[in-house]
Write a protein that binds this ligand. Structure first.
Ligand code: SAM
Length: 283
């Protein structure tokens, strides 16, 4: 198979690359915000790429979407109102809506085209978009959070692209301060926090900025993600009031919906940090 039949994302910072054998380029488009491509791959289903970076594949997105959502939802006593910043592919939205106690979820992605293309090429991720509890907005998440009413949200999930381009403003203390203000007491912020192997400095600076913004407790949960640089990823959870040492283990063990990666044992395991992370993050 010639190299022209592979999509490869070179990751300069770690001197490595991730590649997928492709059958066809199904769509390519420059939006006002970013360049989006959809490929058909031979073994990983469809592949979404934004500005040259892999966003998701049909085969492994369940790892990311389940870990961005269920640990937080089984940590909070009862999430009634959730906000997703980014997440335009709608996979995170679908997972949040599996929780019957959730009354309203607002998804705020800056680029409507990501959602429209996801509806077309990843319909399985969009199957809950018509749920009456879901609200889809297309605007800048930084501004949305800055204008969000105080003490009105239980869970904020930042499912964004990397901290360059439109997502740059989603990784600093001003943004986290807006999130902190919008959260009710005991509320949680979860953000995708890149690779523990390649982006430890970023994880440290995100956590520092979250602390500066007033968050009391922080946890970084690693999980496998083959399609992202180094194949290993993380999310960082921050809490306004309360701690993050435990979760609703019984609820997680008896959840009334199917998952493919998340379960109570995986949750417990994800709370254990490898030694190098423990030392770097001062836990
Ligand atoms: N799982 C992916 C990852 O970690 O690479 C992220 C997937 S999701 C497609 C990322 C979304 O963040 C994109 O749809 C992009 O439009 C959105 N985004 C980037 N900056 C944003 C901002 N400032 N406000 C709202 N959404 C933003």
């Amino acid at each position: 198979m010639s190299s022209s039949n592979w999509f490869t994302e070179a990751h300069e910072a770690s001197g490595s690359s991730i590649g997928f054998r492709t059958r066809a380029l199904l769509h390519s488009e420059q939006t006002p915000f970013q360049h989006i491509e959809i490929h058909d791959t031979t073994d990983w289903g469809r592949l979404m790429v934004i500005d040259g970076c892999v966003m998701l594949t049909g085969r492994d997105n369940f790892l990311y979407h389940e870990m961005m959502t269920h640990p937080a939802l089984f940590t909070h006593a009862r999430v009634k109102r959730a906000v997703i910043i980014g997440g335009g592919d709608c996979g995170t939205l679908r997972e949040v809506l599996r929780h019957g106690e959730v009354e309203q979820v607002t998804q705020v992605d800056i680029d409507e085209r990501v959602t429209r293309l996801s509806e077309q090429y990843f319909p399985e991720l969009c199957e809950s978009n018509d749920d009456p509890r879901a609200e889809l907005r297309f605007e800048d998440g930084v501004r949305y959070m800055a204008e969000c009413a105080a003490d009105s949200v239980d869970l904020i999930i930042v499912d964004s692209t990397d901290p360059v381009g439109p997502a740059e403003g989603l990784f600093n203390a001003d943004f986290y301060a807006s999130c902190h203000k919008a959260l009710r007491h005991g509320g949680l912020l979860v953000q995708q926090s890149e690779s523990p192997l390649a982006h430890l400095d970023l994880i440290k600076s995100m956590r520092g900025a979250m602390r500066t913004a007033g968050f009391d407790a922080l946890r970084t949960l690693p999980f496998p993600q083959p399609c992202y640089p180094t194949g290993w990823w993380s999310c960082t959870m921050a809490r306004k009031g309360g701690d993050l040492s435990g979760f609703r283990e019984r609820g997680a063990a008896t959840k009334g919906f199917a998952t493919r990666y998340y379960n109570a044992d995986i949750h417990r395991a994800a709370l254990a940090l490898p030694e190098f992370m423990r030392q770097a993050l001062g836990e």
